[in-house]
Design a protein around this ligand. Sequence first.
Ligand code: ADE
Length: 235
Amino acid sequence: MTWRADVLTLFPEMFPGPLAHSVAGKALEKGLWALECLDIRDFARDKHRTVDATPAGGGPGMVMRPDVLAAAVDEALAGEPGGRRVVYLSPRGRKFDQDMAREMSLQPGLILLCGRYEGVDQRILDTRGIDEWSIGDYVLSGGEVAALAVLDAIVRLLPGVMGKPDGLTEESFEQGLLEYPHYTKPAVWEGRAIPEVLLSGHHQRIEDWRRAKAEETTKARRPDLWEHYSRAGKD
Ligand code: ADE
């Protein structure tokens, strides 16, 4: 079965956007995954196609109505054998990471709800068992850019999408480390030479050097990852 994403959004024209290009785009063309967009506005019931209302209790901005969202979510779930999770993108959500991307790549797909304005009525999340994911501690103007990031991270892990499976398992985050630095031609550029070991042809020494660099960078930049990595090594 093809891995399938349904995106519920007020801006369906933002999709596939960058996912139509490069790795994800080629995979989409080959049918290695599928993308459907539902325009939330199509589920509004009044003649003005209203999707939002003022927040109960007052305050700034507008909130997306649960009845309109429910119609959209239920449509995406209709005929679903119960396999796909529904996720709402929001800065309040669980922080999305490589483990979650890998886990999702093994599932049948995903339904992503993108909010705009101040967010969505809490009752849609509570009644439909919707998870909340964040892509980082900053506020985007809507969930669409987050949905694109989440989909890109998952799709490249699907079978057949990336050339060699080796390239993926060797990848830094798969090992809990940041990536080692890369070099290519020319051998000397602006007075800087490629580290000699990389030109030695000695595979073991190259591997050791890369591992040491990855560890050094992780330790310096991401003490949180380093802590996790060094603890795992001791078990
Ligand atoms: N919507 C707005 N900001 C977001 C974030 N940081 N992550 C996911 N969805 C969002």
